[in-house]
Design a protein around this ligand. Sequence first.
Ligand code: ADP
Ligand code: MG
Length: 279
Amino acid sequence: MTPRAAAALVSPPDPATLDAMLTRLKLTAIRDQLDTLLAEAARRELTLIETVAYLCEREIARKDARRIDMALGLARFPMVRELSGYDFAAQPAVDKQQIKELATGRFIANGESLLLLGPPGVGKTHLSVGLGRAAITAGYTVLFTSATTLIAQLVKAHTQGLLDEKLLHFSKPKLLIIDELGYLPIEPDAAHVLFQLVSRRYERGSILLTSNRAVSEWGEVFGDPVVATAILDRLLHHSHVITIRGESYRLKEKRRAGLLTASKQRDGSTTPSPQGVNS
Ligand code: ADP
Ligand code: MG
């Protein structure tokens, strides 16, 4: 290296030039916090290579946070729920280990589907939002929709001659969450467009579907056993099915609270009565 070149490398860059270079490289976290990050590196007495790694870490952390924020917005979850907030002890039908495995997103990478079945209030939507968030953290794109909204949008697009565009929209996310299938009966036209969507996503993208109806009742839900079978055939081919039983979590909590209060009034103690524990 000539002395001239060496001198060019070590001469302190003017801040505006450095700023422009970092902007061009899209290293915005490093650009915005350069002084603080370098001061921190000095305080920790990091070597040059450690400092580079530290700067890269901060940049990656910012990019990840941005991506997750953006993806959470695009996913349109109806409520904020985390898997960590799910009370597994209250719901023995749900295997915590299985949910943990699903939260890694491997089922999405494999294009498998997941069915969460059970009566109202047992936490199907909670788990699907929690799994959706976990999928986003793991790097997958997610879209949440209720079955009713999804079907209404597909049917509308169909009548406007825009079905292909709509199918594409719902085929893009790596995980499509369809909540509450079966609460309302599905018209034959609607069943047919839903079948087209399921076919299009089949083995390409995952579907997480929640329903209050058992799979054996889907013929009724769709008003057409042939379409129901065709949809189920694709959904169940590579799938995980979790059937949740029991009563609504909120009702159970309310009842438990009621029983505890009642037991206090009876004997003045604050420990739950056997009825309270059993509820
Ligand atoms: P579903 O979709 O099965 O009808 P939700 O997921 O909407 O039920 O649950 C109803 C409410 O009860 C939500 O606020 C949810 O967070 C809460 N919930 C249900 N089950 C549990 C649970 N096991 N632990 C914590 N919260 C729960
Ligand atoms: Mg629900």
